[in-house]
Write a protein that binds this ligand. Structure first.
Ligand SMILES: NC(=O)C1=CN([C@@H]2O[C@H](COP(=O)(O)OP(=O)(O)OC[C@H]3O[C@@H](n4cnc5c(N)ncnc54)[C@H](O)[C@@H]3O)[C@@H](O)[C@H]2O)C=CC1
Ligand SMILES: O=C(O)C(=O)COP(=O)(O)O
Length: 453
């Protein structure tokens, strides 16, 4: 059952909004000594929650390092290699405490409504568009992701992939290779070019776009970019005032934006018509960003020199042998099965990072790294029990909570809020913790209350 908490003294800093902020996180040893207890309107247990009863469901072949990290904590882990459909997930999620997924599994409001015990979601990737983040927030479920680990392959690994594809397109390597496999020897230099001195236009100059900018300049390319946010131009890159000017001047246009209402179909027939006829389009962001029917028309009609596409409006839940897409058969077109983030290095780093963020949240309440949840983290103390409360962000909630806390000895307290919810951590006398939890849980705006014994 529960073990005591051994840690360093608690430090509290308040910011201008009277929120308390601390950068310190517990060590792995401290975390492994913690046992969580949980309580919610749906789960009114008041006893310490045994770690082996924490059920972790991992989907989409998440790296073994994450599985091991969760097992080391004593959690009960089930790992599946493919995504689940909405109906399958609704069936499975009922008794799950931690859900891990990658880009395929859609965590809709309908799924979340059935997730009565869910404490946290881990997106073991960069994008979080597959989760209904506001609904998860309203249910008090933090969502964690890995904003950096994935980047060199897409950013770093993806940026590396983009560099490879820029060269492959410029030399028509895809078509030549396919011909060779079909016994055709066709040596020619017509319409094959160096990338040195050419203009690379990057739409979305975030982690991946800016990494790619650095690599492309090192290869002798001239980089321009367009981003809706103000971004520091790296190296000699230059910001374009609008997307049109970028489309008109670039030899290569590459997309690195998230999937949002504003980015859906941001490249369609009109935008493709603005591009040079000897230009190439690359998309490793999200499938719905490009109108692929319009892209196929442009490629087949010779209004574009080629394309490299890694993501599609509709992708299968698992590997298959009958995938069909309108871009199949288009000239000088590289199609890859959403592998921008798929290197062993990136998957291991992501597996490690996201599982640690989730473990930290379960064991200490620390929510740093969450994309939809108030981010707080304070060291745990061996002298106290920790109350964690997630509540609807309504006027008077803090007063009600503090009224309860004022009856007891509180050694530290921290609150942070977002639009929908507030999150409070209070370290209290061991003797008082059960009583406080009961009273705070009963407040009308409480969503979830946990105690770390
Ligand atoms: N193919 C793959 O396997 C992978 C795909 N991705 C995708 O790449 C996307 C980008 O990743 P990061 O660079 O890490 O994200 P990021 O959040 O660091 O950068 C995205 C950039 O796009 C900009 N942006 C947003 N809306 C825009 C608009 N309408 N017009 C122009 N710029 C806009 C943002 O201001 C930001 O600078 C992810 O959201 C994900 O969907 C990420 C990793 C792997
Ligand atoms: O990191 C991302 O956002 C990606 O698109 C990579 O997705 P994946 O982990 O390969 O399903």
């Amino acid at each position: 059952m529960s073990k005591p908490i051994f840690t360093s003294p608690t430090i509290i800093r308040r910011d201008i909004n009277n929120d308390i902020v601390s950068p310190s996180s517990p060590t792995n040893k401290q975390m492994s000594l913690l046992t969580s207890a949980m309580n919610s309107p749906d789960n009114a247990a008041t006893l310490s929650f045994p770690k082996e009863k924490i059920k972790v469901l991992l989907l989409e072949n998440i790296h073994s390092v994450a599985i091991q990290n969760f097992k080391d904590q004593g959690f009960n882990v089930e790992s599946l290699s493919s995504a689940l459909s909405e109906d399958q997930l609704i069936e499975k999620i009922k008794d799950v405490h931690v859900l891990g997924l990658r880009s395929k599994t859609k965590v809709t409001a309908k799924v979340l409504a059935e997730a009565k015990r869910l404490m946290a979601i881990g997106c073991f990737c960069i994008g979080t568009d597959q989760v209904d983040l506001p609904f998860a927030e309203s249910r008090g479920v933090p969502v964690f992701n890995s904003p950096f680990c994935n980047s060199r392959s897409v950013e770093k690994k993806s940026a590396e992939l983009m560099i490879a594809e820029i060269i492959v397109l410029s030399r028509k390597i895809g078509d030549r290779s396919r011909e060779m496999h079909n016994k055709v020897w066709r040596k020619e230099s017509k319409n094959c070019h160096e990338i040195r001195g050419k203009v690379l236009g990057i739409i979305g100059y975030g982690h991946i776009g800016s990494q790619l900018s650095v690599l492309a300049e090192a290869m002798g390319m001239n980089v321009v970019y367009y981003d809706t946010a103000r971004k520091l131009p790296l190296g000699n890159s230059k910001a374009c005032p609008d997307m049109k000017s970028l489309l008109e001047m670039s030899n290569y246009v590459t997309l690195h934006v998230p999937d949002t209402e504003q980015t859906r179909n941001m490249i369609g027939k009109d935008e493709l018509a603005m591009m040079r006829s000897d230009a190439y389009l690359l998309n490793a962001s999200r499938g719905k960003v490009v109108d692929i029917a319009a892209l196929a028309d442009a490629l087949k009609g010779g209004r574009l020199a080629g394309a490299a596409v890694d993501v599609y409006p509709s992708e299968p839940e698992a590997n298959c042998n009958d995938w069909e897409n309108v871009l199949q058969g288009c000239p000088n077109t590289i199609l890859t099965p959403h592998i921008g983030g798929s290197t062993e290095e990136a998957q291991e780093a992501i597996g490690s990072e996201v599982s640690e963020l989730i473990t930290c949240f379960i064991n200490t309440g620390g929510s740093e790294g969450s994309v939809n949840f108030p981010e707080i983290s304070i060291p745990v103390s061996e002298e106290t029990h920790r109350i964690l409360n997630i509540h609807h962000n309504k006027p008077g909630v803090l007063r009600d909570i503090n009224l309860i806390l004022s009856e007891f000895n509180v050694s530290s307290q921290i609150l942070s809020t977002r639009k929908q919810i507030g999150y409070i951590i209070a370290d209290v006398d061991k003797e008082a913790s059960k009583e406080i939890k009961r009273k705070i849980s009963a407040l009308p705006h409480s969503i979830k209350t946990r105690v770390l014994y």
